[in-house]
Design a protein around this ligand. Structure first.
Ligand SMILES: [Fe+2]
Ligand SMILES: [Fe+2]
Length: 288
């Protein structure tokens, strides 16, 4: 059964400059930098997704899905802006992040120039499935992860997770409108997983090094445990994604999503509504 969740575009802005600027939970440096590293690619990936989804939407006939594509693009455009502001802040303390960012950006530029639309959509749908599962994981553990943590970062993460769950089926449905190839869909998922890991691991290592954790045995043990938890969390989602009749709209969301969605926008901690924020995705899609 699919959960009827409306895709809402919320023009929120997060005062990340008032926050920790890296180690958002000093009790959990490995988790802090894993989520930081995950965000590093998003200012480039989200416009890449917008571009692929727009290309695919030309093959979509269903008016409901067409409307969802517009909402997807507007949400991802706002995400990208907020993640970019956060990543700029990170660069003050971790200057080598610029190199990692440039390499991610260049690989996405190459993909846009050389990979066919079908592949870019399969990659986007695969990445969106990973993000949706991470969002479930985060919302379920939010009280623990964000207890005593930087409230600006926590608010940004919860907003992103909620909207990722709202639009979790859109990329997959657009891919299906363009290609129903099972092999392509599976390759897109594994391609996204491989690239995500390749992008994240060296960034986490670098950030922990800057903060003086990389040689500590307790940190190594916590990092190993986190990797194991991450793999165990991802495994059922991968299995579902590979089932022949898979439909992401049928994936259940944790109760914490409904709690977050029931809050009025101005009550979302540490966030404010920006009346000037343009929800269009045109400019962003052209950036990468
Ligand atoms: Fe996003
Ligand atoms: Fe997304």
């Amino acid at each position: 059964m699919s959960e009827a969740v409306e895709i809402r575009v919320r023009p929120l802005t997060f005062e990340v400059e008032q926050g920790a600027g890296g180690l958002w939970n000093p009790r959990r440096p490995e988790l802090s930098h894993t989520l930081n590293a995950f965000q590093l690619a998003l200012p480039y990936l989200e416009p890449y997704f917008i571009d692929a989804i727009r290309g695919g939407a030309e093959h979509v006939a269903d008016p409901k899905l067409k409307a969802e594509v517009l909402a997807f693009c507007a949400q991802e455009a706002n995400h990208s802006r907020q993640h970019k502001r956060y990543c700029r802040l990170l660069q003050r303390r971790y200057p080598r992040l610029k190199e990692f960012e440039t390499s991610i950006q260049q690989s996405l530029v190459r993909s846009r120039q050389t990979d066919p639309l079908e592949w870019r959509l399969a990659y986007t749908a695969g990445y969106e499935a990973i993000t949706a599962q991470l969002s479930r994981w985060m919302l379920r553990n939010a009280d623990d992860w964000f207890e005593g943590a930087d409230p600006h970062f926590a608010a940004l993460m919860k907003w992103h997770a909620a909207e990722e769950l709202e639009h979790r089926h859109v990329a997959y449905d657009v891919l299906r409108a363009v290609s129903t190839s099972y092999g392509l869909r599976a390759k897109g998922l594994f391609g996204a997983m491989k690239k995500t890991l390749a992008d994240i691991v060296p960034v986490v290592t670098y950030m922990l090094e800057v903060d003086g954790y990389s040689a500590r045995l307790d940190s190594k043990a916590r990092r190993l445990k986190l990797r194991l938890q991450f793999s165990l969390e991802l495994l059922p989602a991968v299995r579902r994604y590979l089932m022949p009749g898979y439909n992401p709209a049928h994936d259940r969301s944790p109760p914490q999503l409904a709690e977050w969605l029931s809050q009025p926008e101005h009550m979302v901690a540490a966030a404010s509504v920006d009346p000037n924020l343009d929800s269009s995705s045109d400019a962003l899609a052209a950036e990468v």
